[in-house]
Design a protein around this ligand. Structure first.
Ligand code: GDP
Length: 195
C-alpha cells in the first residue's frame, strides 16, 4: 500500500459525529506519548497531520483521516496518562468503548507500544479489551531506534508474552525516526482491508 493522499475528515466524540460513509477503517491506539502521532505522520508521509502532542492526554476526540480516498485512519486519544482527572478518564473510557464496540466498518486496530519497555498495565488492558470484542490487532512496537539491534528480538518476545498476543495478530518492529517497519505495517494494513 502506497499512501498518496491523506486528508483530515472530522473529529468526533459521539457516534453520530463519526463519518457516515462505510469505508474500511483502521484505528490507531496507544498510551499518551508512546509515539502514535509520529507513527501516523510517518505512515502518511506528512510532517504534522497528526499533531505531535505537547500536552499528553489532551486530545480527547477521535480524529478521522481519509487515506487514498478509500480507507479511514481513526486516531483515538491516548490512554494511561496519570495526570488526567477521573472525570476525563471516565469519559475517555465511555468514548472508547462505544467506538470499539459499535464501529461496524472497523477492520483492525494498530496498537502502539514502546519496544523499550514491557507493555504497561494499560497496554495489557487495552489489548485484552480488543480481544474480548474479537477485534483483530496489529501491534507496532515503536522507538526501535532507541535500542541496539542486538536487543530487538528479546524485547519483541517480551511484548508478545506480556500482552499474551493471539497468534493471528501481527507484531511489527517500528521506528518513526528511521521509518523502519513502515512498509511492513502498510502491507499488513492493506492485507487486512483486502485492497
Ligand atoms: P503520542 O503522544 O503518542 O502521539 O506521541 P508523539 O508522536 O507525540 O511522540 C512522543 C515523543 O516521542 C516525541 O518527542 C517524538 O519525537 C518521540 N518519538 C516518537 N516516535 C519515535 C521514534 O520512533 N523514535 C524516537 N527516537 N523518538 C520517537
Amino acid at each position: 500500500m502506497k499512501i498518496t493522499q491523506v486528508e483530515f475528515m472530522t473529529s468526533a466524540v459521539l457516534p453520530d459525529q463519526y463519518p457516515t460513509e462505510n469505508r474500511p477503517e483502521i484505528a490507531l491506539s496507544g498510551r499518551s506519548n508512546v509515539g502514535k502521532s509520529s507513527l501516523i505522520n510517518c505512515l502518511v508521509n506528512r510532517k504534522n497531520i497528526a499533531r505531535i502532542s505537547s500536552k499528553p492526554g489532551k486530545t480527547q476526540t477521535i480524529n478521522f483521516f481519509l487515506v487514498n480516498e478509500s480507507v479511514v485512519f481513526a486516531d483515538v486519544p491516548g490512554y494511561g496518562f496519570a495526570k488526567v482527572s477521573k472525570k476525563i478518564r471516565e469519559s475517555w473510557g465511555k468514548m472508547m468503548e462505544t467506538y470499539f464496540t459499535k464501529r461496524e466498518n472497523l477492520v483492525s486496530v494498530v496498537q502502539i507500544v514502546d519496544l523499550r519497555h514491557p507493555p504497561s498495565k494499560d497496554d495489557q488492558n487495552m489489548y485484552q479489551f480488543l480481544k474480548h470484542y474479537q477485534i483483530p490487532v496489529i501491534v507496532a512496537a515503536t522507538k526501535a531506534d532507541k535500542l541496539p539491534k542486538s536487543k530487538w528480538h528479546k524485547h519483541l518476545k517480551v511484548v508478545k508474552e506480556v500482552l499474551q498476543m493471539d497468534s493471528s495478530d501481527a507484531l511489527i518492529l517500528f521506528s518513526a525516526e528511521t521509518k523502519m517497519g513502515k512498509e511492513e505495517l502498510l502491507a499488513e494494513i492493506q492485507q487486512r482491508i483486502g485492497q
